[in-house]
Ligand binder design. Structure first.
Ligand code: IMP
Ligand code: MG
Length: 203
């Protein structure tokens, strides 16, 4: 079991920001009566639960789940749908709700996949973004926080399916990740590769 990591975003700060985002979304979608929130499993489930309960516009909720596979030893990875939406989205106003944007690959895949289904509109809400990693052209309509390029856990975000239920967002010590990837601290493993392997295991 991993020890609770130091706080990056406290539960209070997250709650305050989620309320602000919900206010902004409710204002923007005023008059829309078929808003569909699409949560990306598993990381977005807590954010989606809190955000949806603060909206003042009617909405329904669906989920989508992805997996990421690495090709051999290269740094490229394939995003694949492992659980699709239960409802058609053609003509619906869709708000995609993500926990975190890192390289932007997941979001890019989701946007292309959902756009092809002809929703009336598609917007993106992400709780966090690693600003140094995300492509500058990737538009996020509702963003909670820009955070540093570090592995974060809690409030739905996991490390190897652990620490998701922490009430705050904390920064995982990179040594912990290296240690559990290689069995030894400072093994010399490429941290990017290690991280991609880990993403493959968890998404
Ligand atoms: P991207 O495709 O590189 O943007 O990665 C986004 C996805 O990777 C998120 O939906 C998360 O599932 C996962 N992820 C990326 N960074 C973190 C992190 O720091 N903590 C937990 N999950 C992360
Ligand atoms: Mg995610």
């Amino acid at each position: 079991m991993l020890a609770p990591p130091p706080v990056l975003l406290s539960a209070d700060r997250i709650a305050e920001r989620v309320t602000e985002l919900a206010g902004q979304i409710s204002r923007d979608y005023a008059g829309v009566d078929d808003l569909l929130l699409v949560g990306v499993l598993r990381g977005a489930f807590i954010f989606l639960a809190d955000l949806s309960r603060r909206l003042t516009v009617p909405c329904s909720v669906d989920f989508i789940a992805l997996s990421r596979y690495q090709h051999g030893s290269t740094a490229t990875a394939d995003v694949r749908l492992i659980m699709d939406l239960r409802v058609p989205i053609a003509g619906r106003h869709v708000l995609l709700v993500e926990d975190i944007v890192d390289s932007g690959g997941t979001l890019d895949y989701l946007i292309r996949t959902l756009r092809a289904r002809n929703p009336a509109s598609l917007r993106i809400c992400a709780l966090t973004r690693k600003a140094e990693c995300a492509p500058p052209g990737l538009r996020i309509d509702y963003l909670g926080f820009d955070i540093p390029d570090q592995w974060v856990v809690g409030y739905g975000l996991d490390y190897r399916n652990q620490l998701r239920t922490l009430p705050y967002i904390g920064m995982l010590d990179p040594a912990v990740m290296q240690c559990s990837e290689s069995g030894a601290i400072a093994s010399g493993a490429d941290s990017g590769d290690a991280r991609l392997r880990m993403l493959g295991a968890e998404r």
